[in-house]
Unconditional design. Structure first.
Lengths: 313, 112, 96
């Protein structure tokens, strides 16, 4: 019975993916992409990865979809035509051959995975009680593979610097342009006044409960970023100038705390990012709370983009 | 069994994304295809995590944690790509990278 | 008792699916944006509502039940706001 459900889900996911590729209007393609992302969330749940499902719904479908819709809308507003261009026949045949070959190789590798499957569950189960958290994914992210999480936070900062560096020279340090409605009586302004308190409560709850149940700081940071974006797009708050020191301080505060805790671990427990026995849970909580605002601000600023000249509408 | 089905779906997604990446000359479509390929690869990792389920956990948590990292980094890559695309459009008035593409029009819709 | 609860779940979820189907058919077959918005609200309010009512007997704690109802309330509220925004943009586009 569950096979039928999974098969139906897979067929709809593939149909939506084909529609994303073959749609004529770019706007239709982006909307199909968002629907595809939401169905992919269900696929993660069916595969037993609930944390990943939450992250996909928040970042994969939500933020990426908003990013692409914003790009499509900005292009369309400039009067640019967004219809799909047809490629030449030899190119299409070559592309079809390459993609079929790659898919076949990937499918063959998946069908020939080793049995019994190699797994790290026994090691994780043995080491979790030391960390004090109940959610194995949080333990992996913040205790066993903490280096990956630190580097990911730094990669996000690099991406933000890359986005900002695309601003014209004379606009460096100014406010980015957020498309907004300025009417304070608007429905959007009403939503932007009522939803953020609820969003903040939900985000803090997801952060807190991520220690023992599915959740964590990435999903919470995405919700906070979405609330801030909503308030900016409703015109209630202006986007911060990217040259402001307080903004930059907030951005690097999270990774700096993380690095500091890593150095403390090197000094007191023998290796970078090692936690002393009794301090594991408090240190994990400190890292999560410190990373949350930095992540939220970085995600929101990545979505807004670089300052653009007023001459381009 | 179910995990293998999702694995085949992942292979198909990578193929579809690769086709779109090669065929479409418009960068926004290429960004969409890049995301499709990425999602296919993530699905492969999740299938491997699912096969490693044991001891009461529904899946091997190490690949799943790496998937969370991967989704966030893929978003940041898409954001950088979109910023590049918008800057290309501001500077050159077109988003197509293909020299012969019929979609190469300037702001008034006239072919350039 | 649990058989009765399961029956309630099945009936309510089936009703919810009927409204989702109706909303989707409306989305695909109605002639313009405003009528399609009207069809979609049925899916959001009644469809999701019946699905939530059907899932309530399956929850084992009051907190989980409250979370489900909160999700339904937030979805209805957000879809109402978004429908207004879409309808306004449709009207602005159609006014010459």
């Amino acid at each position: 019975m569950s096979v039928v459900l999974d098969l139906a889900l897979i067929l709809v996911i593939l149909a939506l993916a084909l529609w994303v590729m073959l749609a004529r209007e770019t706007f239709v393609a982006v909307t199909s992409f968002i629907a595809y992302g939401l169905l992919l969330t269900l696929a993660w749940v069916r595969l037993g990865a609930v944390d990943v499902a939450m992250t996909e719904a928040a970042i994969g479908a939500g933020l990426t979809g908003a990013l692409l819709i914003g790009a499509a809308a900005r292009l369309r507003k400039s009067g640019y035509t967004l219809r799909r261009a047809q490629a030449s026949l030899p190119r299409r045949i070559l592309a079809m051959a390459v993609s079929v070959a790659v898919s076949a190789v990937l499918a063959a590798c998946l069908l020939w995975l080793p049995e019994p499957p190699s797994t790290l569950v026994p090691e994780v189960a043995a080491a979790i009680p030391v960390t004090g958290v109940g959610n194995p994914i949080t333990a992996v992210l913040l205790a066993f593979r903490a280096m990956d999480t630190l580097l990911e936070a730094i990669v996000l900062l690099f991406a933000l610097i890359g986005v900002w560096s695309l601003a014209p020279n004379e606009l460096w340090g100014t406010r980015p342009d957020v498309p907004h409605h300025a009417d304070p009586q608007d429905v959007l302004a009403y939503v932007a006044r009522v939803l953020p308190p609820i969003g903040i409560v939900v985000a803090v709850y997801i952060l807190w409960v991520g220690a023992d149940h599915p959740g964590g700081k990435f999903q919470a940071a995405t919700i906070l970023a979405a609330m801030w974006l909503l308030v900016m797009m409703a015109g209630l708050v202006k986007a911060p100038p990217i040259g402001r020191r307080a903004l930059r301080a907030w951005l690097v505060a999270g990774p700096l705390v993380f690095v500091a805790i890593g150095v403390y671990g090197a000094v007191s427990a023998g290796a970078f990012l090692a936690y002393p026995e009794a301090w594991a849970k408090p240190l994990i909580v400190v890292i999560e709370v410190a990373l949350l605002p930095s992540l939220a601000i970085t995600l929101a600023l990545l979505l807004i983009g670089a300052p653009r000249g007023a001459s381009t509408t | 069994m179910n995990a293998t089905l999702f694995g085949l779906c992942a292979a198909a997604l990578v193929g579809i994304g690769l086709y779109g990446l090669i065929v479409n000359p418009q960068p926004l479509r290429k960004i969409l295809s890049f995301n499709l390929i990425g999602n296919g690869v993530f699905l492969v990792c999740a299938v491997i995590a699912r096969k490693g389920a044991a001891l009461g956990m529904a899946g091997d948590p190490v690949p799943q944690a790496l998937l969370i990292t991967a989704i966030v980094v893929a978003f940041s890559a898409s954001a950088l790509a979109v910023a590049l695309l918008l800057r290309l459009f501001e500077v050159s008035g077109t988003t197509s990278l293909d020299e012969d593409s019929p979609a190469r029009t300037d702001r008034d819709g006239q072919p350039s | 008792m649990s058989l009765f609860l399961d029956a309630v779940t099945v009936v309510a979820v089936l009703l919810g699916m009927f409204f989702f189907l109706a909303g989707t058919v409306g989305l695909l077959r109605f002639p313009d944006s405003l009528t399609r918005l009207h069809a979609l609200t049925k899916a959001d309010n009644l469809g999701l509502g019946f699905v939530v009512i059907g899932l309530l007997p399956q929850t084992h704690s009051l907190l989980a039940a409250a979370k489900l109802v909160l999700i339904w309330g937030l979805v209805m509220w957000a879809s109402a706001a978004v429908s207004q925004l879409i309808a306004r943009s449709v009207r602005e586009e159609s006014e010459p």
